[in-house]
Structure formats: structure tokens, C-alpha cells
Design a protein around this ligand. Structure first.
Ligand SMILES: Cc1cc2nc3c(=O)[nH]c(=O)nc-3n(C[C@H](O)[C@H](O)[C@H](O)COP(=O)(O)OP(=O)(O)OC[C@H]3O[C@@H](n4cnc5c(N)ncnc54)[C@H](O)[C@@H]3O)c2cc1C
Length: 342
């Protein structure tokens, strides 16, 4: 039997893992990436021995990405951020961040009633069936499930850091709480060497399985068979058409809609998707100004700071002195489970 020919458009981690899985499953796969490099947003830049991701990146240990990587035989190494050295940032001052029973009881960012409320919410978090929350926004959820301002501020900060979205009016409660469940169930992994190590590993698996990876190859349309919805292939910029039995589009909603201009559903998705905007500042330092302070989470605004090199190898000589700080002003109008799309 002839192998199915599949064109994958987009060489980020999404497209690359799809190409590798399909090639391993026996398909004849060609991946097209418009830039000169694979990796998309999972790229890592090296500056004076410091390895900077494109903004802070954490791999959710209970998330789908790690499961798929493991299916491909890719086992990321790195470290889980320590519980110690974590602070809540309020009005520019550092306080203890509640991360367990003891810190919850000792922190001064919550009143006693706030502590009891936070303890109740976190204890019941894993049992929340996020599928049943429908179109409820995160703001509505906070206002109906919590009575106190201080406990809402803390849970909202945890939601912001795990979803990267600060616009709780429009953030789906279901999507946000699902992400928080993942974060609390198994924490995250900061990856040694940065996320480009994942890209390199998946690229190797894909090539070994026979996937062809074409760089500087921008697809400008999906070609359908005359008078039908069946795929004929993809058209590259310049006009060449490459035949395919199926096409996987692994770009942003706008990228995808542009390739199938007649598709009303894709057009609506692209119109309604509002990207989250984040500003990040990444620092490589010879020493930390406060070596004991490794993480700070803003309770009164959408910002946080984290020393990734305390958990993962990201600094010269394997040292601990690489740090970054991130601020985000998220806004997304979608209530779908697309809190990262980023
Ligand atoms: C600041 C920041 C922080 C993040 N933090 C985290 C985190 O902590 N945890 C986490 O899980 N995720 C995080 N993410 C998201 C994560 O980086 C991505 O989800 C992941 O890299 C997979 O991306 P992707 O493959 O879906 O898309 P992308 O990486 O965007 O790749 C899409 C690719 O498609 C290519 N392309 C598009 N259109 C075409 C076309 N017509 N022809 C050819 N090529 C095309 C693009 O050039 C691009 O390379 C973060 C993202 C950012 C920006």
C-alpha cells in the first residue's frame, strides 16, 4: 500500500512533533517552514554563554507537550523550581508566597479568613470538573467562589502566571483552572539548555523517521481539488505546487486562515483570536543581588520574576547566575482552551 503523503506547514514544536509522529507512523511527510530556522517560539538564543528562551518557558510536567515528547523518546532534562526563595510582590515589597501549609499560615499577604478561603479553594481544585464551566469567565468564577479581596488576588496571580493571561474578564474559567490544576499537580520543568534542545531532539527523531524538513519555504495556499473540498497539496511562494493527500497547518490562527481564504470558520477564529502581549526582560548576571530570592509573583499587578538557572543549566559553567524577569499585559478574547496562544 502506498504511504499517505502529508504536508505539514509550520516548523515550530507543534508542526515538528506532528511531522515526527506521522513519519514514525509510516506517512511520507514534508514539513515547510518559512523562516531559516526550525523552532518558532521555542527558539533559544545564546549570549555570552547564557541560554535565553524567547521569553520565560516552563514545560508543564503533567501537560500534553511532555507526554508527546516522551512518546517520541525525547526526555527533557532540567529542574523543577524550588519551593524555597519564593515571594509575593505587593506594592514593591517582598512577602512570603504561600506555597504550602506552613507558608500559607505564616504569610502576611492574607488575613486569617483569606488563608482559610485559599486553603479551601486549593484543597478542592483537583476535583473541579473544568468541562462543566462553559462560558464562565475567570473573573466571574473568582467573584462567585471567593468572598475576600485578598484571597481573590492570590488565586488571580496564580492564574496569571500559569496561563500568561491577565485579562480575567475574557479568560475562560475552565481553561484557566485546568492549567492551574496542571501546575499544582506536578509543577513545571525548566529545561536544561533551553527549549531549542527540545526542537533539536524532535528534529533528529523526525529526520530519522524519514520526514523531509524544508526551511525558507513559505506556503501561501492550501490547494483544493477543483469543485471539491479534497486536498490536492500546498502552493509555495513562487507558485510551485507540492502534492499531498492531507495537510496539517501548525501556525497561528491568522496564518492558518490566510492559507484557506474561503473558510468561514477559520476566518472567524482568526478574527476573534486576540494575541496575548507580553514584555519580558532577560538578564544574565555574574551574581544575584539577593541569592536567596529566586521567584517573585506580583499580587497587585501582572508581573513576576524567576531565576530559571537556579533549576536548569542555562548559565555559563553550569552556574546559577542567569536570571530573567517577565512582565505581561495579557489580553485574549477567546474563551477557548487557548490561553497560551499566545
Ligand atoms: C513569551 C512566551 C512564553 C511562553 N511560555 C510558555 C511556557 O512557559 N510553557 C508552554 O508550554 N508554552 C509557552 N509558550 C508557548 C510555546 O512557545 C509554543 O506553544 C510552542 O513553542 C509551540 O508553538 P507552535 O509550534 O504551536 O507555534 P510556533 O512556535 O509559533 O510555530 C509556528 C511556525 O509556523 C511557521 N509558519 C507560519 N505560517 C507559515 C507558512 N505559511 N509557511 C511556512 N511556515 C509557516 C512560523 O514561521 C513558525 O515557525 C510561550 C510563548 C511565548 C511567546
Amino acid at each position: 500500500m502506498q504511504a499517505m503523503k502529508v504536508a505539514v506547514v509550520g516548523g515550530g514544536l507543534g508542526g515538528l512533533t506532528t511531522a515526527a509522529l506521522l513519519a514514525r507512523g509510516g506517512c511520507e511527510v514534508t514539513l515547510y517552514e518559512r523562516s531559516k530556522h526550525l523552532g518558532g517560539r521555542a527558539r533559544t538564543t545564546e549570549v555570552a554563554g547564557f541560554r535565553f528562551n524567547l521569553g520565560p518557558h516552563a514545560l508543564y510536567r503533567a501537560g500534553a507537550a511532555l507526554r508527546v515528547l516522551e512518546r517520541l523518546g525525547v526526555k527533557p532534562t532540567g529542574g523543577v523550581p524550588a519551593q524555597t526563595g519564593s515571594h509575593a510582590l505587593v506594592a514593591g515589597r517582598l512577602h512570603t508566597l504561600p506555597r504550602g501549609a506552613v507558608t500559607l499560615m505564616t504569610t502576611d499577604v492574607l488575613s486569617l479568613a483569606g488563608k482559610l478561603e485559599v486553603a479551601r479553594v486549593l484543597a478542592g481544585l483537583a476535583r473541579i470538573d473544568t468541562q462543566t464551566l462553559g462560558a464562565l469567565s475567570m473573573r466571574e468564577w473568582l467573584e462567585t467562589r471567593l468572598t475576600r479581596k485578598d484571597s481573590r488576588a492570590l488565586i488571580a496571580a496564580l492564574i496569571r502566571v500559569s496561563t500568561y493571561c491577565a485579562d480575567l474578564e475574557v479568560l475562560s474559567a475552565g481553561a484557566a483552572l485546568k492549567q492551574l490544576q496542571l501546575a499544582i499537580a506536578a509543577n513545571v520543568l525548566y529545561v536544561d539548555g533551553g527549549w531549542s534542545t527540545l526542537v533539536d531532539a524532535v528534529e533528529r527523531v523526525g529526520r530519522e523517521a524519514g520526514a523531509r524538513l524544508e526551511l525558507s519555504a513559505r506556503v501561501d495556499a492550501v490547494v483544493l481539488q477543483e469543485g471539491s473540498e479534497r486536498v490536492e497539496g500546498v502552493r509555495l511562494v513562487g507558485g510551485a505546487v507540492r502534492g499531498a493527500d492531507a495537510v496539517v497547518l501548525a501556525g497561528s490562527p491568522a496564518d492558518v486562515a490566510a492559507l484557506l481564504p474561503g473558510d468561514a470558520v477559520l476566518a472567524r477564529e482568526a478574527r476573534e483570536a486576540v494575541p496575548v502581549q507580553a514584555a519580558t526582560l532577560e538578564l544574565g548576571l555574574s551574581a544575584l543581588p539577593r541569592p536567596e530570592a529566586l521567584f517573585a509573583l506580583g499580587l497587585d499587578g501582572p508581573w513576576y520574576a524567576s531565576v530559571h538557572s537556579a533549576a536548569a543549566k542555562l548559565a555559563p559553567g553550569g552556574g546559577r547566575w542567569c536570571t530573567w524577569r517577565s512582565t505581561w499585559v495579557g489580553r485574549t478574547r477567546r474563551r477557548a482552551s487557548r490561553s497560551w496562544k499566545p
